[in-house]
Design a binder for this molecule. Structure first.
Ligand code: SF4
Length: 545
């Protein structure tokens, strides 16, 4: 029997471990009525034959997510109406589909297949997300059985790509090849995926659960529900430092270190302990409080560690140091030497937007350069691994022809954007096209100072108050909303957050009163901010300081 003093029960928080098993809202009821993983059989046996109109609404807007499927936004509905319409009025009959790519790692064969599926079933759409996934659009429910058959034959999956479940695990895009990584964390990611993804013990969480496991501080570990980051322990050697409770959206929080050193082979057990705490003690009553960060905030790191050790692991964890903090966030763009003497080449599409055809061509170009391995990054970039020095220049030329430059301007390199109004039902404004426009405008107008910007200035664009593009951690974060223009008209625009960052500058950007821009003024605004920064900064000053 546990000796741990249980935390005080907050009336009505819906914590299973405290006896609140009765569902307290529609989402909890839906998950209790039927485990969401069961929806796969209905898609294959029923909905793929009935088509969109035969889909049960509870599956359509709830359980489908456990297989990476969301209905996409009906074209032509402007952002001002997003909040006023019922979900069924926003639903198109097509789907967004996420392919989970843990650690962002694919072979060139897998990449080519991902591209071919896009060409055949997704109108050639493909976005690299900032969680190292690939996201398709225009998917028909009738095609899902075939898509799964093809993906799974190649070792790929959409299981728990979304939903209240353990989503894709971020990993270092240069795991196993970086000269300076503390440890290659890939075996831990693979083992967690093998043991726990699709395990019904963890398929009904209070809400989504985001993990990052990396031997380098290059996966935004500070803002994950759980993260393990490489550290060298003075006594025990290379292992991982455990963080819990980070997250963005409403009430953004930087994760807390539990002060533990975890050996690589114990990471899966410790990860399972943390996610079990979330499942059992997480708040289920209100969706907006149902992330682990609220529990961590109420308990504190010490209490969380005590419950983890006493109730779940049944043993003490080893104390350990924190990870080294990088001066600059690492995006792996450009040409870098691997520890085996080969090179990796990181390239930048704009805001992750590529296409199925581009991915097919990329796979061929990589193979011509002798590579069989590709990685996607949490900054919506792509890396070709294992390139011999003699092949580097040829590959870079081919990448450039594909719109994937490995020598991008700081503006192209620093921009990220979420899905936005083109496909997302929650969106208020357009994002991807704005990112493309912003990059080309800044490249044209800021030629005179581009050489002075030694580190990319990050500009992250969100289509709504959620934070899929991590706006609070950008130098310039843009949150889509309807604003009033100079003529008093309601138009698309952005609330600006300035000075956020990770690593050395970990902290959230300040939302400045009155810092709202219309979409039409966006390029002028960003140009002004950058010029002022460059003109007024101290030597070596970073934007977030
Ligand atoms: Fe959709 Fe909002 Fe997320 Fe953008 S930030 S993808 S608009 S939910």
């Amino acid at each position: 029997m546990s000796t741990t003093k249980r935390p005080p029960a907050r009336k009505g928080e819906g914590q299973w471990a405290l006896g609140y098993r009765e569902p307290l809202n529609k989402n909890e009821q839906s998950k209790k009525d039927d485990n969401p993983l069961n929806v796969r059989a209905r898609i294959e046996n029923i909905y793929a034959h009935t088509g969109f109109d035969g889909i049960d609404p509870g599956d359509l807007r709830g359980r489908f997510r456990w297989y990476g499927l969301y209905t996409q936004r009906k074209p032509g509905i402007d952002g001002g109406r997003t909040a006023t319409l019922e979900p069924e009025e926003l639903d198109d009959e097509y789907f967004m589909l996420r392919v989970r790519i843990d650690g962002g790692a694919v072979t060139t064969e897998q990449l080519a297949l991902i591209g071919e599926i896009s060409q055949t079933y997704a109108r050639d759409t493909a976005d690299i997300t900032d969680r190292q996934n690939i996201q398709y659009h225009w998917i028909r429910i009738e095609d899902m059985p075939t898509i799964w058959e093809k993906l799974e034959a190649a070792g790929l999956s959409t299981m728990e790509a979304c939903g209240d479940s353990p989503r894709v695990i971020l990993g270092s895009p240069v795991a196993g090849i970086a000269e300076d990584e503390v440890i290659d964390a890939t075996p831990a990611i693979d083992e967690i995926k093998r043991r726990y993804v699709g395990d019904k013990a963890f398929s009904n969480l209070p809400r989504k659960f985001k993990s990052a496991i990396s031997g380098l501080p290059d996966v935004a570990h500070e803002i994950h529900d759980v993260a393990f980051v490489g550290v060298d322990h003075p006594e025990h050697g290379p292992g991982l430092d455990l963080w819990v409770g980070g997250g963005l959206s409403t009430n953004p929080m930087i994760g807390q270190r539990l002060g533990t050193w975890v050996p690589l082979d114990e990471v899966p057990d410790v990860w399972a302990g943390v996610i079990s705490i979330f499942r059992d003690y997480g708040y289920r009553r209100l969706r907006h409080r149902a992330r682990i960060k609220f529990l961590v905030k109420d308990w504190g790191a010490e209490k969380f560690r005590e419950v983890l050790e006493t109730e779940y692991l049944k043993r003490k964890l080893i104390d350990g140091p924190g990870p080294e903090v990088p001066d600059e966030p690492r995006d792996h763009v450009g040409v870098h030497r691997q520890k085996d003497g080969n090179f990796y080449v990181g390239a930048a599409p704009i805001a992750g937007r590529v296409s199925g055809s581009t991915l097919v061509s990329l796979a061929k170009a990589a193979e011509r350069a002798g590579s069989r391995r590709i990685r996607f990054t949490p900054q919506q970039k792509v890396i070709v691994l294992d390139v011999a020095e003699s092949e580097v220049d040829g590959l870079r030329g081919e990448l450039t022809k594909l719109g994937l430059t490995s020598d991008p301007s700081p503006w192209r390199r620093g921009v990220m954007a979420c899905t936005g109004i083109e496909f997302c039902k929650l969106a208020i404004v357009e994002t991807k096209a704005r990112a493309v426009d912003l990059v080309s405008t800044l490249e044209r107008r800021l030629v005179d100072i581009t050489g002075e910007v030694t580190a990319p200035i990050s500009v992250h664009i969100n289509g709504c108050p959620n934070s899929c593009a991590r706006i609070q951690t950008a130098d310039i974060g843009l949150k889509g909303q309807i604003v009033t223009d100079a003529d008093g008209k309601q138009v698309e625009g952005f609330q600006v957050h300035l000075g956020g960052g990770l690593g050395l500058d970990a902290g959230f950007g300040r939302k400045l009163r009155g810092h709202k821009v219309t979409a039409d003024e966006l390029s002028d605004y960003v140009e002004r901010v950058v010029r002022n920064f460059v003109a007024q900064r101290e030597p070596d000053e970073r934007f977030a300081q």
